[in-house]
Design a protein around this ligand. Structure first.
Ligand SMILES: [Zn+2]
Length: 130
């Protein structure tokens, strides 16, 4: 059983959830004070993660989801897109609509460059086989 010894900031009412919210606000998790949408995740294939000198193998992962803060001190807080590394308590960014557009442009440029790199890999593998 979990005992809450301090008053929570504010828990959104279930009936006030936007249609895209996927959070069960009846729990006692501190992150429940946000309305959050479902994730978009970008990662590498399973089994491809490699250990570093200091860390065990960890899959590189980037996630994004929509959030509306529901703090009592800031009832009109704007909705935003939160981008993180799949760890709610790790590094993250809060993007407005314009910044989200820029991030999407960067993602498309990344994928276009990745396709070029993929062709380099295919050529190199072909040369190594001959
Ligand atoms: Zn909600």
């Amino acid at each position: 059983m979990t005992v809450i010894t301090e008053n929570r900031i504010t828990t959104p009412e279930m009936d006030s959830c936007p249609s895209w919210c996927v959070i069960d606000h009846t729990g006692d998790h501190p992150e429940d004070v946000f309305h959050r949408g479902s994730y978009a995740a970008f990662s590498v294939p399973d089994g491809s993660a490699m250990p570093t000198l200091n860390e065990k193998a960890e899959i590189p992962r980037l996630t994004a989801h929509m959030v509306t803060p529901e703090f009592a001190e800031e009832p009109e807080a704007p909705s935003m897109v939160v981008v993180d590394c799949g760890d709610l308590w790790g590094p993250y960014a809060e993007l407005d609509l314009e910044q989200t557009d820029e991030f999407i442009r960067q993602g498309k440029a990344f994928l276009a460059r990745l396709e070029q790199i993929r062709e380099q890999l295919a050529t190199a593998l072909k040369e190594q086989q001959s």
